[in-house]
Design a protein around this ligand. Structure first.
Ligand SMILES: Cc1ncc(COP(=O)(O)O)c(C=O)c1O
Length: 390
């Protein structure tokens, strides 16, 4: 009997999923383990999809995605970041952020190569690296004072002749950390000096609470990079437009990588669903008012949960600047999966275990605060009681 390929056997299971699967078999769970809002996709986007279907957007598109959506993405970067992109070669529409990560990593890594990954991080990056027969070297963000930092000394120490890239996520899932401009510059300089790709996951860039005004995105790394830099950015419509189930995202990359990713798309998924791309165009063009309302709600949710967590015994939690997660550290916690399992069974609160997010994640739990207040309030109450009971 042939066995499964060794490389796929080595890809770890998602421990978020593992816990979620237990939770999904139960009724009445307060579900804060996945990274999505409980708000449905806004009506104007659903209507755009219906119209797209009626208008005949039911056929194959280009591998790089509909030219009109690529132009909408280009205008988005021009408007929000003052960055001019070529929709023909530097923008690839993908069937989600995860697919953008997948195809870009595939274009950067050969078997046996190594990738530096800033963690704790959404596990998919490291798992996709493993799927490419490469090795993820996880470099944890140290918490200094009330802020997570980038450990440049650890990055220097971990880089070697097999290292091909550095992957970071800002705003971070699960930390909510946002790279400062100085950190961005140093990451870019580090990669330039060592001849590495810099892959930035910016899927949460619009969910930012520390800008001059709510709605201002986190400055993209693209503002600092030149078009000849080995830089790529992963993005998605999932988070900012409540479109997790639609599977539309994009990759911005240096021209050679953009063109190669376009070609490879053919063999992976060919392209994102046509009518969903069309609806995505509407989201980008008309989404600001709805996004502003969502940001007000998310910031209030963040503050509600932060205030509650700061009253809980043995909990340390820095104020996150972006995304929609809190990642409290719990004194003495050494098995976050077991903690989350017990919390789920005993209180029906579903959180994601910190161990799922790689090096530096154990000892914490992730709370997604994009849910409704009516879910967050009882969840915080039950977590307080659970921690008090020891
Ligand atoms: C950091 C990060 N990147 C990418 C994604 C992918 O999002 P999607 O595949 O829904 O576009 C997620 C989703 O949770 C994420 O947290």
């Amino acid at each position: 009997m042939p066995a499964l390929a060794h490389s796929v056997e080595n890809v770890p299971h998602s421990r978020i999923r593992e816990l979620a699967e237990v939770a999904m078999s139960m009724d009445g769970v307060l579900r804060l383990y996945f990274g999505e809002s409980n708000l449905p996709t806004p009506d104007y986007i659903k209507q755009a999809a219906t119209k797209a279907l009626a208008d005949g957007f039911t056929f194959y598109t280009e591998n790089a995605g509909l030219p009109s959506l690529r132009r909408a993405v280009a205008s988005h970067y021009q408007k929000f970041h003052g960055v001019k992109l070529d929709p023909e070669s530097e923008i690839v529409i993908t069937a989600s952020g995860v697919q953008a990560l997948n195809v870009s990593l595939r274009c950067m890594l050969d078997p046996g190569d190594e990738a530096l990954v800033l963690t704790p991080a959404w596990p998919n990056g490291s798992s996709i690296i493993a799927m490419a027969n490469a090795v993820a070297r996880q470099i944890p963000h140290p918490l200094r004072g009330d802020r997570y930092r980038v450990d440049f000394d650890a990055l220097e120490a971990a880089a070697n002749s097999r290292t091909r890239l550095l992957l970071y996520t800002s705003p971070s899932n699960p930390l909510g950390w946002v790279a400062t401009e100085e950190e961005q510059q140093r990451l870019l300089d580090f990669c330039r000096a060592r001849g590495l790709w810099l892959l930035a996951d910016e899927v949460y860039d619009r969910l930012y609470y520390s800008g001059a005004r709510l709605g201002e995105p986190v400055p993209s790394i693209l503002r600092k990079a030149t078009r000849d830099d080995a830089v790529a950015v992963v993005h998605s419509l999932s988070k900012s437009y409540c479109m997790t189930g639609w599977r539309v995202g994009w990759l911005i990359a240096r021209r050679d990588l953009g063109l190669k990713a376009t070609q490879l798309n053919e063999f992976i998924i060919s392209h994102a669903p046509t009518f969903a791309q069309k609806a995505g165009e509407t989201a980008l063009e008309c989404g600001e008012a709805e996004l502003s309302r969502m940001l007000v709600r998310l910031k209030a949710n963040r503050d509600l949960c932060l205030a509650a967590l700061r009253q809980m015994p043995g909990v340390t939690v820095p104020e996150p600047d972006g995304a929609f997660y809190l990642f409290p550290k719990i004194d003495g916690l050494t098995d976050s999966f077991e903690f989350c399992r017990r919390l789920l069974m005993e209180t029906k609160v579903g959180l994601a275990p910190g161990v799922a997010f790689g090096t530096g994640g154990e000892g914490s739990v992730r709370i997604c605060y994009a849910a409704d207040r009516s879910i967050l309030e009882p969840a915080m109450d039950r977590l307080t009681k659970f921690l008090r009971a020891g």
